[in-house]
Design a protein around this ligand. Structure first.
Ligand SMILES: Nc1nc2c(ncn2[C@@H]2O[C@H](COP(=O)(O)OP(=O)(O)OP(=O)(O)O)[C@@H](O)[C@H]2O)c(=O)[nH]1
Ligand SMILES: [Mg+2]
Length: 242
């Protein structure tokens, strides 16, 4: 579900005092906001569309900025995974700062066929570190080498080089292909698994989810507390795609 009208609601007030590190930390809310950054044409939109809709298109349509929402269930609560697909070309610095400030997790995408696209992530990673301050170590960030389906002749960045860059930055790493659907769900799942302040994870176990739904129905028909009541599972919440 693309929600292109959402951007107007954001106000840049929080970025004005960017020297105060605490200001850059987003509030805890029912939304879990993931921001996808990377140079033009590396496959940001393709990864998001593959994940949200299961589709892939060969034609290249540059993005201005799109926000997608996916309803996920967090055991006893429904929450929203909000994915911001940013532009790869000439993003306004204020827009980038706002996305970073509001983001709970980040995906930094380059194309394995372009060393330049990996280099272009450097200033973005620096901005994330500057705005998040020391708390950046607790924020899920994944470096992603996309287009790993491409032939070895076209490759400019080896898997080892990508991994080495991620290690140097202290973040996680994965190679993906939006085209062949390699590691796409795993990317989002891993990212949520890395969240430390609230324990969220994507579970794509449809059978289990159906079983939970069935059990809920039985409980409710027995007069038990509905699912949005206080849970017995304790602090750990597992989230799952609905
Ligand atoms: N071979 C291959 N091509 C891909 C892959 N992902 C994307 N592409 C192609 O790369 C081109 C750019 O993809 P987009 O997803 O639009 O790139 P983007 O990063 O969103 O670009 P901007 O919106 O301009 O920043 C398109 O022609 C896609 O078909 C992939 O995994 N493998
Ligand atoms: Mg795009």
């Amino acid at each position: 579900m693309a929600d292109k009208g959402d951007k107007g609601k954001e106000t840049p007030k929080n970025t004005e005092q960017k020297n105060q590190v605490t200001r850059a930390m987003p509030e805890q809310s029912n939304d879990y906001r993931v921001v996808v950054f990377g140079a033009g044409g590396v496959g940001k939109s393709s990864l998001v569309l593959r994940f949200i809709r299961g589709t892939f298109r060969e034609t290249y349509i540059p993005t201005i900025e799109d926000t997608y929402r996916q309803v996920i269930s967090c055991n006893k609560n429904i929450c929203t995974l909000q994915i911001t697909d940013t532009t790869g070309s000439h993003q306004f610095p204020a827009m980038q700062r706002l996305s970073i400030t509001k983001g709970h997790a980040f995906i930094l995408v380059y194309s394995v066929c372009s060393k330049q696209s990996l280099e272009e992530l450097r200033p973005i990673w620096q901005n994330i570190k500057d705005l998040k301050g020391p708390d950046v170590v607790n924020i899920p960030v994944m470096l992603v080498g996309n287009k790993n389906d491409e032939s070895t002749e076209l490759r400019e960045v080896t898997q080892a080089e990508g991994q080495a860059q991620a290690t140097a930055w202290g973040i996680s790493f994965m190679e993906t292909s939006a085209k062949t659907n390699h590691n796409v769900t795993e990317l989002f799942q891993e990212l949520l698994n890395m969240e430390k302040s609230r324990i969220v994870s994507l579970q794509l176990d449809v059978k289990k989810h159906k079983k939970q739904k069935k059990e809920k129905k039985v409980k409710e028909s027995n007069g038990a507390i509905p699912e949005n009541g206080e849970g017995a599972a304790g602090a750990k919440e597992k989230c799952q795609l609905m």
